[in-house]
Write a protein that binds this ligand. Sequence first.
Ligand code: PLP
Length: 359
Amino acid sequence: MTTYNFAAGPAVMPKPVIDQIQAELPSFQGSGMSIMEISHRSALFDQVISDAEADLRELMGIPANYRVLFFQGGGTLQFTAAPLNLATKHHHIGLLDSGHWASRAADEARRVGTKVDILGTAADNHFTALPTLDQPVDQALDYVHLTTNNTIEGTAYTMLPQTGHVPLVADMSSNFLGQQYQVTDFGMIFAGAQKNLGPAGLTIVIVRDDLIGQAQNLPSMLDYQLFADKRSMFNTPPVFAIYAAGLVLKWLKAQGGLAAMEQRNRDKAALLYDFLDQSKLFTSHVKPADRSLMNMPFVTGKPALDAQVIAGATDRGLLNLKGHRLVGGMRASLYNAMPKAGVQALVDYLADFEATHAK
Ligand code: PLP
């Protein structure tokens, strides 16, 4: 049976990348050692991390005045690292409250003594639309945090809010490399790898170099300037995860880069949203203009029926469709490595289910 993995993360990886990892695992580039065994100080690994950075720069058009850092600790550690490194003048940031991960970021910033102003919230509409700025941004803020794609709620920014001279810091964890953004619109971007890039355990930070190096006495493992100076090899980096991410970046280039990938993702998303919008059984509550290309929550409105949808899907090889516990129902995540055939299989199944379970 063909299976399709609709998980929100860790998520589907490109099949050719899995095949290459499998083929190369016993002996990396004829070294007689697996990639997991080679030294991070070896010339072999130096090439891996240099290529990964160069390919990421090429794919995203990252200018020379931005540093690319390879961190551990997931997106969550960056909720702490970003304020420690960048909120150094006023210890005061703004944040757009677009859902669960945005509020987690606010909590972590406050834990390290940063004042957090909520500049707009989508709580009133249960996060089914994006928040907008309530008023012009106070230019004395150190930065404004936003979540470009809200993995649980299924919303995503295409147009960015205007923040004047205050830099935007983006949690791009769930639409990194799946949708194009202009790097220069941000002071910093971060993303955990485990959706569109590679194995969990790797987190990418892209940061404008004039914003770093201001913080005093940071723990070394949280210090962007130190990581920049040491080319992300202050300590042992997650060698396997960086290697696998490097293969995904090469796969992305071979697919035509991010413009082609975004177009493919738009086509896949339209297939599912068009089905949901005409369905008499299934509903997406998310405002059409704010809908994510990556994560699509939807419901029947009856939890017992949702459970049947998910069980029947699993029987057909359509895996991990259970919605996040905060919103219930179903959620389909259509990351870069999900083929259109997987979305078609899902839509066909939902249509069959609807035909046999009229509302
Ligand atoms: N930010 C967003 C948008 C996410 O979707 C997630 C996880 O799903 C996180 C942050 C937390 O990431 P991690 O588990 O890598 O710490």
